[in-house]
Ligand binder design. Structure first.
Ligand code: SF4
Length: 421
């Protein structure tokens, strides 16, 4: 997996201040011409963690000491990508600053030591098909003028901020929406009262309720209309809950998947139904449904063709990626619940898993002996981080980039996309 140690040469015309290391973003090489340095953020991150002042810049020229007598000291290694083009890892320091020179050499050599051929296995986007469609619909509607979004979209903070910049307004209630405005209903839907009020206010409604959410709403309504109490098997805090609870007011009870349904209290045990709240992995629900069945033998359930498998597929994809990887990089933040969930999934398959919020946080020793790296993107991942990690790793030798997707297709509902879309 390793390649030769750093070559020391000069960078004529490049000046580096004492106490500073310049991490090369590209290097002019006398033999190969201009060399890209995609791994520059990795080198810079390592130096930064060591307390070194780091600057990123191109090094337009490099030359052997025998052919030049000025410029900063440059430490460099080169390798080939899969397509045969050469890349470099390089760092420069003032030739009178021994400490900075040692730091630059060491950083280049440590990354060179873990360079080699690798596979990168990307997992799916953290956003489900329904959420992605709603974001796209908002973008398109903004071309015609301002759009009031009812609540929040399931999207990254960056995507939401971009939409806001282009005229989207995230309204907490219809009181914030002027009469006659355009109202977009997100994928997780709204309670029926909101639709009625929107019609009364003369709002133009763009309804992006996911078909699977609409299906669960219809089932909850139907169960409630025949007098059942409806147990919603899911998790508190899910954005979709108000839309489903609103279809069965005074009839609905939430049963958390983890706690099971043993504590659910009903007025008439012969009149109980349940639905699965979309967004919860289907395989997390059997304990709760079994508990309900044992307590209420006349329990009525939903049409399984209407189940959303987005969360199940995402979890299974991460497990599969982890099973094929020596290391999983979980993109997100340590304090984020979704990041912790993905990390636990990856580790459940005995893969090494490390959380990074930025590409500069990758540590060389993580990659020692690693020939397959998995990437799992949480909802807290910074926009574009997956692409930046991929680019940086491509500077450590030939990198084959693949994407793995586990997708459940419900054959009885061909009009709705796999993975719950
Ligand atoms: S039902 Fe499933 S696919 Fe639809 S918005 Fe909810 S999580 Fe996404």
């Amino acid at each position: 997996m390793s390649r030769s140690s750093a070559r020391e040469c000069l960078a004529p015309g490049t000046v580096v201040a004492p106490g500073e290391v310049l991490v090369a973003t590209e290097i002019g090489d006398p033999a190969h011409g201009r060399l890209d340095c995609p791994a520059a953020p990795l080198v810079g991150g390592l130096l930064y963690r060591r307390g070194v002042r780091v600057r990123y810049a191109p090094v337009p020229r490099s030359a052997d000491a025998s052919q030049a007598d000025d410029g900063a000291a440059l430490f460099v290694t080169t390798s080939l990508r899969g397509d045969g083009t050469a890349t470099a890892i390089g760092a420069a320091a003032s030739s009178v600053d021994g400490v900075a020179m040692a730091a630059a050499r060491s950083a280049v050599e440590e990354w060179a030591a873990v360079s080699g051929t690798r596979r990168l296995l990307g997992a799916v986007s953290p956003w489900c098909p329904g959420a992605r469609r709603a974001v796209e619909a908002t973008r398109q509607a903004l071309a015609q003028g301002p759009v009031y979004v009812c609540g929040q979209l399931m999207a990254s903070p960056q995507a939401s901020a971009d939409l806001e910049k282009n005229g989207a307004v995230f309204a907490r209630s219809l009181d914030d929406v002027p009469a006659g405005a355009t109202l977009l209903i997100p994928a997780h839907g709204v309670a029926p009262g909101v639709r009625t009020e929107a019609a009364e206010r003369g709002l133009t409604v763009i309804d992006q309720t996911c078909p699977l959410v609409a299906g669960v709403q219809a089932e909850a309504r139907r169960f409630a209309e025949r007098g059942d109490q409806v147990v919603l098997i899911g998790q508190s805090g899910l954005a979709v809950l108000p839309a489903i609870l609103g279809e069965a007011p005074d009839h609905a009870i939430l049963a958390e998947t983890r706690a099971g349904a043993g504590a659910v209290q009903v007025a008439d045990p012969r009149r109980v139904s349940y639905v699965l709240v979309p967004g919860v992995p289907v395989e997390d629900t059997p304990i709760a449904t079994a508990a309900l069945r044992s307590r209420f033998p006349a329990l009525r359930g939903p049409d399984p063709d209407g189940f959303c498998y987005a969360a199940s597929d995402r979890a299974e994809t991460v497990r599969t990626v982890a099973a094929s990887s020596d290391l999983v990089l979980v993109l997100g933040t340590e304090d984020d619940p979704d990041t912790r969930h993905l990390t636990a999934l990856a580790r459940s398959n005995r893969a090494k898993a490390n959380v990074i919020a930025d590409v500069t946080e990758i540590i060389p020793s993580w990659l020692a002996g690693v020939s397959a790296v998995g990437l799992a993107e949480s909802t807290a991942a910074a926009p574009g981080l997956a692409a930046r990690v991929t680019e940086a790793l491509s500077g450590l030798g030939p990198l084959s980039v693949t994407r793995r997707v586990v997708s459940t297709e419900v054959t009885g509902r061909p009009e709705i996309n796999p993975s719950g879309g």
